[in-house]
Design a protein around this ligand. Structure first.
Ligand code: GDP
Length: 288
């Protein structure tokens, strides 16, 4: 597999999250709306022992709204699961989260039996941002350290809904090749674990299939339908003056440009996977 990324302290993080999830009624799993399935941690299901789960597709401002809708329907059709889209511009996200949690555990709630919830997700998916928005104060970032729960507090999202203020940090586990590329394109993979040109070419190939107009417009390209992905990357290099002396395109520089602009959302609102594609990728990975 091209992208292999499994940073250390995964086992410790896993144990910590499993221990902390014991007293939890609803797991809020934060996903990146541009790559919902790839940004999930496949172990969370086992760790949470089938507890009701609220999937929050965050950074929806960067994602393709039509595809976000497909993913929300896909998750909402699963038993014990609710899903909603979110981004950091929403000033009072607590109300929608609370309503979804109440739906998931109708037998809890009320002052006698508060609903206890915890946010879990991979680094950089937006956990601290959401918690800060809901508390209205700055919580010191714990960084990528597992099990930093000293002085943990509970935040009242409603009279009967308590959120633990330390999110559960889990790293992505790359089991599907395309998912590895998508994590890398999103910036969730350490730079030294990937070949940027390879990741940029995969990204371009996907954009050519699904977002050709946005790609063409951003880089002022002519008809790209007859081109290969590396030819498109060469054109980007030319358009942006990423050239070596002698007129050779600097593919590394062009790759960095495309990846940075994708991450910043300036190519457009783009989602790198759809439920049917993801299902096919998983099937293929299992057959290998
Ligand atoms: P954490 O590691 O999961 O706690 O992630 P952070 O909350 O630190 O967020 C990681 C980065 O994503 C920060 O630069 C945030 O500003 C950014 N971010 C968080 N939520 C959103 C969102 O909804 N939209 C966009 N565009 N960026 C976001």
């Amino acid at each position: 597999m091209a992208i292999q990324w499994f940073p250390g302290h995964m086992n410790k993080a896993k144990k910590d999250v499993a221990a902390r999830l014991k007293g939890i009624d609803v797991v809020i799993e934060m996903l990146d709306a541009r790559l919902p399935a790839s940004s999930a941690n496949p172990m969370i299901k086992a760790l949470s022992r089938g507890k009701p789960t609220l999937k929050v597709l965050n950074k929806q401002d960067l994602a393709d709204p039509n595809v976000t809708r497909l993913w929300l329907d896909w998750y909402n059709a699963k038993p014990g699961t609710r899903a909603l889209g979110l981004d950091a511009s929403e000033r009072s996200p607590a109300q929608r989260l609370v309503a979804a949690c109440r739906e998931l555990v109708p037998n809890r709630g009320g002052l006698e039996k508060p609903i206890r919830v915890m946010i879990c997700g991979i680094p950089n998916v937006g956990k601290s941002t959401l918690i800060n928005t809901m508390t209205g104060r700055k919580i010191a970032k714990t960084g990528n350290m597992p099990g930093v729960t000293k002085g943990e507090q509970r935040i009242l999202l409603a009279d009967d809904v308590e959120l633990y203020d330390t999110p559960g940090m889990l790293w992505p586990k790359i089991e599907v090749e395309e998912g590895g590329y998508n994590l890398a394109a999103s910036g969730a993979v350490g730079r030294n674990a990937m070949d940027e040109e390879e990741v940029a070419l995969e990204l371009i190939a996907y954009l050519m299939r699904h977002y050709a107009d946005a790609l063409t417009a951003r880089y002022r390209l002519d008809d790209i339908s007859v081109l290969q992905d590396y030819e498109v990357l060469e054109m980007v290099a030319k358009k942006r003056g990423a050239m070596f002396g002698g007129g050779r395109p600097n593919m590394q520089k062009a790759s960095e440009i495309v990846l940075t602009e994708f991450r910043d959302g300036v190519i457009g609102r783009i989602t790198l996977e759809r439920p049917d594609e993801w299902t096919a990728w998983v099937k293929k990975a299992k057959e290998l």
